[in-house]
Design a protein around this ligand. Structure first.
Ligand code: S3P
Length: 446
């Protein structure tokens, strides 16, 4: 990776051979939650004192957040698997103007949360950029709410597309309605609110994941959650954030691949340890339960303000499913693997209200439709979703992640269940959120 704007997802590598058949057995500890990892670095950076992070996800996306923070003067110890990470906070107004462009890589969370963090740094100037995928993703959804607080964010397509220039300015607190139920947008506004003049209230159209609210409160922010289903979040500026010890639970979005594999692969016997079970993230468990999946939650506990458990899954025939917009924020990243699950349920499954999938790392509805069709799936893509008629075998095929980490891992599970071997181009994309995925898969196969 020589160019600062080339991430693994832009690279080319030889296709990975994915053998069909066999079973899966054993325990797996999925890597740390990506959303919580980003936030622990960001909030640690603007706190007073040291933040100690256990279980931080050592993957490309959080590394992008750490690199941006380091280039603004934050000391962060090396991020390596199994190592505790320490962030030396510079305080609410201590971030320095960087001398170079802030490279957000493939990470939408980095870019969107950075916009909120930086918009209020009065008198300082920042340029944010990312890889080819990130340059296509909509940023107005953050720029617009921030503009209502006085932010100056510019970019291509009227400020919608990176590279983006942020001229830091003193922001004013206000009531901000976010255009989509997005935790990235909400969190950007909450970060901006910390140094605005006066209080800010964010109102979401539906509740998105609430890691920012939980963690900001734990760091000492003056933050209140109210309204129907926690959709109104108010921040009063002025409170000092204090460095904390954060224990990052395993990412349920990474566990999802094993939950589906463990439900469908004949003879599988999988336990996924230490999985975050925050109710704003557990839509996948609700859908799998409605499909008849056999998942036991063991050893439920609370770790650093987040519910956690071990998930034991055994195979069982799954029923087709329907779900729509109402559950989408709780399982938005799990739609690709649920498309795979649908291929193995007798009958038609339908996902609707999923147009957000079109603006993720790739257009995930189009990419999953294309890749699963190559395996012989019977499906129709819709503007806001997909219908899949499952129950007929998938065959091995020449597959491509199209640079998307969650697509790569979803196709890996599909290819175990296929009738013949597949090959997968750009499989290295998995490293964006799950660097050991291919090793874990190898280890669990039997
Ligand atoms: C994330 C929120 C989700 C999710 C993304 C991470 C976060 O995006 O898809 O992988 O950490 O806030 P949206 O908030 O835009 O739905």
């Amino acid at each position: 990776m020589n160019s600062p704007f080339l991430s693994a997802t832009d690279g080319t590598s030889s296709p990975r051979v994915l053998t069909a058949g066999g079973s899966l057995s054993g325990s797996v500890r999925v890597p740390g939650d990506k959303s919580i990892s980003h936030r622990s670095l960001l909030f640690g950076a603007i706190a007073e004192g040291t933040t100690t992070i256990e279980g931080l996800l050592p993957a490309e996306d959080p590394l992008s957040t750490a690199a941006c923070l380091r280039s603004m003067g934050v000391t962060i110890s090396p991020i390596e698997a199994g190592e505790i990470v320490q962030v030396e906070g510079v305080g609410l107004d201590g971030l320095q103007e960087p001398t170079a462009i802030l490279d957000c890589g493939n990470s939408g969370t980095t870019m969107r949360l950075m916009l909120g963090l930086l918009a209020g740094r009065d008198g300082r100037h920042f340029i944010l950029d990312g890889d080819a995928s990130l340059r296509r993703r909509p940023m107005r959804r953050v720029g617009q709410p921030l503009a209502s607080m006085g932010a100056d964010v510019r970019g291509r397509d009227g400020g919608n597309l990176a590279p983006l220039a942020v001229q830091g300015t003193q922001l004013k607190g206000t009531v901000v309605g976010t255009p989509v139920a997005s935790a990235q947008v909400k969190s950007a506004v909450l970060l901006a609110a910390l140094t605005a003049e006066g209080s800010t209230t964010v109102i979401e159209p539906a509740q998105s994941r609430d890691h920012s609210e939980r963690m900001l409160k734990a760091f000492g922010a003056d933050l209140q959650v109210g309204g129907e289903m926690g959709r109104h979040i108010s921040v009063r500026p002025g409170a000092t954030l204090h460095g904390q010890t954060v224990v990052v639970p395993g990412d349920i979005s990474s566990a999802a691949f094993w939950l589906v594999a463990g439900s469908l692969v004949e003879g599988a016997d999988l336990t996924i340890e230490n999985v975050g079970l925050n109710p704003t993230r557990t839509g996948i468990l609700d859908v799998l339960e409605a499909m008849g999946a056999c998942i036991d939650i063991l050893n439920r506990r609370e770790v650093a303000g987040e519910p956690v458990g071990d998930l034991q899954v055994s195979p069982t025939p799954l029923k087709p499913f329907h779900f729509g917009e109402e559950i989408m924020p709780r399982l938005v990243d799990e739609v690709p693997i649920l498309c795979v699950a649908a291929c193995f349920c007798d009958g038609e499954s339908r996902i609707s209200g999923a147009s957000e999938l079109r603006v993720k790392e790739t257009d995930r509805l189009a990419v999953m439709a294309r890749q699963l069709k190559a395996m012989g799936a019977d499906l129709d893509e819709h503007d806001d979703g997909i219908s899949i008629r499952g129950g007929r075998p998938l065959k091995g095929a020449v597959l491509d992640s199209e640079t998307d980490h969650r697509v790569a891992m979803s196709l890996a599970i599909a290819s175990i269940l296929a009738t013949s071997d597949s090959s997968l181009d750009r499989s290295e994309a998995a490293a964006v959120s799950y660097p050991n995925f291919w090793d874990d898969l190898e280890r669990l196969r039997c």
